[in-house]
Design a protein around this ligand. Structure first.
Ligand code: 6CS
Length: 339
């Protein structure tokens, strides 16, 4: 008899079924099914289970709360508690973070790059900059290599001559493509498809999963893997919100973020590989250039060298400190690899 009473009560009120007492909002810069989406959903699930259901995190895909810039504003104001913020847009308000847009800055090894991004000293430098804008830095990660989708074959920097290249809204990206002779056009993510379709631009860059998801491959003739830079994004929180969290809960947030990082790397690799196959099946007429020749890569590397000066002009001495911090993180990450 006793059992019949107690067991149903326990089943109705297990700790994981507790009513959420807090609701956190997490806005992403991409649509459902993207790398940022699976990362934010994993974050939400882990937070839900670690708080025994007390905290529910709602994920807002791209467009539901506005563009990347608008989402960053909402985060700084505390209207939302978490957001993805990629340097390609965030660089407008935190110029130093544009270092992560420099071509050929990072290594060809994504695992090594992730160790650089996860370096605690580098995270401290980034957090200091984010704090000035009311944000708290949580994590940095790559969503895969930037891939050019264009109306013209790209074999070397000269092929960019006069090409109207869509870039994200950070000023450094304009300099990056001007260095190749292109005419860069900053546009929000949501406007790229129609700009390509209406021939207002001749090309854009994004990781393969995003090209497929946004259907950019439908409106271009060439897909070129330059491996010139990864698409870097960051996860951030509202600074005051994070500071005012109960310390145990703040630690939980940081632990969950650390757990999500390897999941992002694994997801982006899978998404980029699977969706490349889908693109090539759906659009066999597209010319896919798997890799540039070593000579072309060298030519791109040489042409992009001047952009570091532009970065330093935009970011000043703190930009120099950022480059030094990345260099030191890289040395530590390489040291980790052993002899
Ligand atoms: O190109 C962009 O603007 C966007 N690309 C990706 C892969 N994520 C967010 C970003 O806003």
């Amino acid at each position: 008899m006793f059992r019949f009473v107690v067991i149903p009560v326990l089943l109705l009120w297990p700790p994981w079924a507790a009513q959420a007492r807090e609701h956190w909002r997490f806005a992403i810069e991409e649509s459902a099914g993207s790398v940022q989406h699976v990362a934010a959903v994993r974050f939400a699930e882990l937070v839900h289970s670690r708080t025994s259901g007390e905290v529910e995190v709602t994920v807002y895909p791209y467009g539901t709360l506005g563009t990347s810039d608008q989402v960053t504003e909402l985060l700084a104001m505390g209207t939302i508690q978490f957001a993805m913020a990629s340097p390609g847009h965030l660089g407008k308000i935190i110029p130093e973070v544009q270092a992560f847009l420099l071509h050929f800055l990072l290594t060809d090894d994504e695992g090594l790059n992730q160790r650089i991004f996860s370096d605690p000293a580098l995270a401290g430098v980034l957090d200091g900059l984010y704090r000035e804008k009311g944000l708290a830095f949580l994590s940095m990660f790559s969503e895969g290599w930037q891939v050019w989708t264009t109306q013209r074959a790209i074999r070397g920097p000269e092929d960019f001559n006069g090409l109207r290249m869509r870039v994200m809204t950070s000023p450094l990206l304009i300099a990056a493509y001007e260095a190749y002779g292109a005419s860069p056009t900053p546009l929000p993510y949501g406007e790229v498809y129609s700009a390509l379709q209406l021939n207002m631009i001749d090309g854009q860059e994004n990781p393969i999963f995003a090209i497929e998801e946004m259907s950019f491959h439908e409106v271009v003739d060439f897909i070129v893997q330059g491996r010139h830079a990864p698409f870097v994004a960051t996860m951030a929180a509202n600074g005051t919100f994070l500071d005012e969290l109960d310390p145990a809960r703040r630690t939980m947030v940081r632990e969950v973020v650390a757990e999500v990082e390897p999941f992002i790397l694994e997801s982006q690799r899978r998404f980029n590989a699977e969706r490349l196959q889908r693109i090539l099946e759906e659009r066999p007429s597209v010319t896919f250039v798997e890799a540039l020749s070593p000579e072309a890569r060298e030519a791109f590397r040489a042409a992009s060298a001047v952009v570091v000066d532009r970065y330093l002009a935009l970011a000043g001495p703190r930009g120099r400190a950022m480059l030094d911090a990345i260099g030191a993180a890289r040395a530590r990450a390489l040291g980790d690899e052993g002899p």
